[in-house]
Design a protein around this ligand. Structure first.
Ligand code: IPM
Ligand code: MN
Length: 353
C-alpha cells in the first residue's frame, strides 16, 4: 500500500507522525507492507514559493492508494487561500464526492450532552463533497458601492446527488445497525424548493432499491435540535455539502471535539483516490509543544485503512483507540487526556492486539 502524506502546517506534522507510528505497528501485526511518500504542501511552502499545488502534484497523489492530510492553515496566510487552493482543490480534482464523518463518542471521553454515553452517540454523516455553495459560482456587481450585489450559487446535479445518496444507502446497509438500518436525508425542502426538491425526489427513487433501509427525512434546523436532544435517533445521515459542513462540526463537538473527530474525503469509484484527515485545525500556537491529542489523526488513519483495502487493520486500530480512551485517560477532556501527543501514540500502539 502506498500512502501519500501531507503533514501540512502547525501541529499537523506532530499528529501525522503518531498516525504513521500506529500504521507501522498495525502493519506488522496484520502482515502487510506499505510505503509513504511525503508532500510538503501547505502554508510554509506557499509563503516560500507562492505555490500551493505545484504542477504534477495531483497526478503524483493520484498514483498513491490513499492520502493522509495532517492540517492546513497558517497564521500568515489569509484565510481561504489554503482551504480553497489545497483542500477544496484536491476534493474537486480527485472527485472525492463523499465526505464521511463518523460521530462516535469513545468510552472515557466527555461529551457536552448531559446523560449521554457512547451507546447514544454513534452515527455517521455522509456529506456530498463536490457541489452546492462550494462550487465557486457567483460574483459581485457594483463592488464597494452602496448598490453592491453579491451572488453565490448553490448548484445541484442529479448525478451529483444520486451518486452520494446511493453510496449512503449502500453504506447504511453494510453498517447493519442492530438498532435498525435507517438513512435520514437532511435538507431544507420547505424553502429550497428547487435544489432540495431534486435531492428529495432522487432520495425517494434510490430508496426503492433498498427496501431493508428505512428512508427518513429531517429538515436541517430540526436535525440540529435532534442531534443535541436525541443523538441516539440517528444511524446514518446523508446531506448536502453546506449543511453537511455545519452539522458535522456540531457532531464533532458531541463526540468530544477536535482532539478526536476525523473524516474522509472519498472517491469510491474504481481507481479513485481518497484522503483522510483529523478535523482539528493546525493549532499554530501549540506547534512543537507535544500537547495536541493525536486520537483524531489516528482515527483518520483507521478510516484510511478501512477504506483502502485493509479493513481488518482499520478495525484493530479503532479497537485500540477505544481501549486507550476507555482505560487510560487521566483527564476526561479529549483535548489532552493528561498525556503528551507522543505518549498517546505509544499507548495506542501498545493497545494493538
Ligand atoms: C471541513 C472544513 C472545510 C469545509 C474548510 C476548511 C474549507 O470546514 O472539511 O469541514 O468547509 O469543507
Ligand atoms: Mn467544516
Amino acid at each position: 500500500m502506498k500512502v501519500a502524506t501531507i503533514p501540512g502546517d502547525g501541529t499537523g506534522p506532530e499528529v501525522t507522525a503518531e498516525a504513521i507510528k500506529v500504521l507501522e505497528a498495525v502493519s506488522k501485526i496484520e502482515g502487510f507492507t506499505y510505503e509513504t511518500q511525503e508532500f510538503d504542501f501547505g502554508g510554509e511552502r506557499y509563503l516560500k514559493t507562492g505555490e500551493i499545488l505545484p504542477e504534477g502534484a495531483v497526478d503524483a497523489l493520484k498514483a498513491c492508494d490513499a492520502i493522509f492530510l495532517g492540517a492546513v492553515g497558517h497564521p500568515d496566510v489569509q484565510p481561504g487561500i489554503l482551504e480553497k487552493g489545497l483542500l477544496l482543490e484536491l476534493r474537486f480534482q480527485m472527485d472525492q464526492y463523499i465526505n464521511l464523518r463518523p460521530v462516535r463518542l469513545y468510552p472515557g471521553v466527555e461529551t457536552p450532552l448531559a446523560g449521554k454515553g457512547p451507546e447514544d452517540i454513534d452515527f455517521v454523516v455522509v456529506r456530498e463533497n463536490t457541489e452546492d455553495m462550494y462550487c465557486g459560482i457567483g460574483g459581485f456587481l457594483k463592488k464597494n458601492t452602496p448598490d453592491e450585489v453579491a451572488s453565490q450559487t448553490a448548484l445541484y446535479t442529479r448525478k451529483g446527488c444520486e451518486r452520494c445518496i446511493r453510496w449512503a444507502f449502500e453504506f447504511t446497509q453494510k453498517r447493519n445497525n442492530p438498532k435498525g438500518k435507517q438513512l435520514t436525508l437532511v435538507a431544507k425542502t420547505n424553502v429550497l424548493t428547487y435544489g432540495h426538491d431534486l435531492w428529495w425526489r432522487t432520495f425517494q427513487d434510490v430508496a426503492r432499491e433498498y427496501p431493508d433501509v428505512k428512508a427518513d427525512y429531517n429538515h436541517v434546523d430540526a436535525c440540529c435540535m435532534w442531534m443535541v436532544k436525541n443523538p441516539e435517533y440517528y444511524d446514518v445521515i446523508v446531506t448536502t455539502n453546506m449543511f453537511g459542513d455545519i452539522i458535522t462540526d456540531l457532531g464533532g463537538i458531541l463526540q468530544g471535539g477536535m482532539g478526536v473527530a476525523a473524516g474522509g474525503n472519498i472517491n469510491p469509484d474504481a481507481g479513485g483516490t481518497s484522503m483522510f484527515e483529523p478535523m482539528g485545525g493546525s493549532a499554530p500556537k501549540y506547534t512543537g509543544q507535544n500537547v495536541i491529542n493525536p486520537i483524531a489523526a489516528i482515527s483518520a488513519m483507521a478510516m484510511l485503512l478501512e477504506h483502502s483495502g485493509q479493513p481488518a487493520a482499520g478495525a484493530k486500530v479503532l479497537e485500540a483507540i477505544q481501549s486507550v480512551t476507555g482505560t487510560k485517560m487521566k483527564s476526561q477532556n479529549a483535548g489532552r487526556m493528561g498525556y503528551s501527543t507522543t505518549e498517546v501514540g505509544d499507548l495506542v500502539c501498545e493497545a494493538l492486539k
